[in-house]
Each structure stands twice: as C-alpha cells, then as structure tokens.
Design a protein around this ligand. Sequence first.
Ligand code: ADE
Length: 234
Amino acid sequence: MKIDILTLFPEMCETVLSESIIGRAREAGYVEINCHNIRDYSKDKHRHVDDAPYGGGTGMIMQAQPIYDAYMNLTDNGNKKYHLIYMTPQGKTLTQDRVKELAELENIAILCGHYEGIDERVIEELDPEEISIGDYVLTGGELPALVLADSVCRMLPGVLRNDEAFEKESHFSGLLEYPQYTRPPVWMGREVPEVLLSGHHENIAKWQNEQSLERTKIKRQDMYELFVENDNKN
Ligand code: ADE
C-alpha cells in the first residue's frame, strides 16, 4: 500500500512516521509513505498558501490552487488512482471497521487542513472522503492524518509481528480487550489472576473472553449492546 500525505508540515509527519512499528514497516517495504509540502505548489513569490476569508472573520483560509496542484501532481492529473481523504472535524468519525476497509486500498492520499480551513471550492472539485478523529478541534489535520496512517498501517499484512497481532485487541471484534499482566506475579500486594499462571490454555481463553465481555459492559455500554444484538442475530 502507498499513503501520500499532503500537508504544510511534512517534517512533523515524517518524524512520527519514521519511528517504531510504522518506521520498521516502511523500511521493510510493507508500506510506502510520502509526505508532500503543499507550499511547494504555491505560485506566490513569497510562497503564500493562505489568504483572508471572504465575508470577513478571523484567521486565514488555505487557498484552493496549491492544494489542487499538489493533488494533480501526485495523481498525474488524475491518471493514477487514489482514494483522497480530507481530515476535518466535519467528517465521519473514524472507526476500526473503516480502518480495516481503508487498509484494503492500493493508494490513499490524505489532505491536512490548517489555519481556519480550506477554500470550499477545492473540496467540491476533489470530492474527498471527510474523516474526523473525534468531536474536538485540533490546530491542523496533521495529527489526525498520523492517527489514520498509523491505524491503517498496523492492519497491513506483515506489519505487526505474530505476538503483536490485532485480532484480540479492543474494537477489532466489537469488544474491548481483556486485562493484561506481566512479571512480577505480585506487585504492591496485587496478584496476577491465578488462571493466567495455570498454563491451562482453554481456561485462560475462557477467562479472557469473560473479561472482555465484562469490561465492555462496564466501560462501553454502547459497544456492549451492539455486540449482544449482533451476537443474537448470528
Ligand atoms: N482537524 C482539526 N480537528 C480535527 C479532527 N477532530 N479530526 C480530523 N481533522 C481535524
């Protein structure tokens, strides 16, 4: 898979995406990620990419032209097939199910807004999928783009080692993950649940399933109800 991020802050994105599991996945060739500076497509002699909003108001608006040209350059004027995503608090909230679907695509481009927003005309022209990472407002789309890129990359075959596999993680199956423990067996008087030390795989799996259900019921009533509803259908 290839992910291309269109941003005014490519270094910020590059720093995060060069570390840890995603950094390793890029080096190993499981995913190709490129960060492109929208400012490189400014036609302004001072490399400006923003201007004051028509109708007045505070803040600056990103202009349509540099964004459009950056995307046209990336897609070879529309000849290369890309799924374009615009990170915005006005989008649909990202879910694990959508992440799984996006991980099936060949090429994703992620557009990051900044300042007070983007000229509406380029959004109309490019018609991106709009994705939000939650009902709060950040200063730009870079952190949301990194959240999206990270969540998609870790779904790609080969990116996680077997012992880091995601099937048992929170949200993958519609439930939260069971509690986890590591050495020592007793810490500050708190003991690791006995069943986990028993070596009895069947009992351990049963305990983990029960814990998953119990946790979801307590912490995320909404998820629990949905899970029970779907379980009854099957
Ligand atoms: N840009 C600013 N805030 C955002 C959010 N919550 N989600 C996606 N993009 C954003």
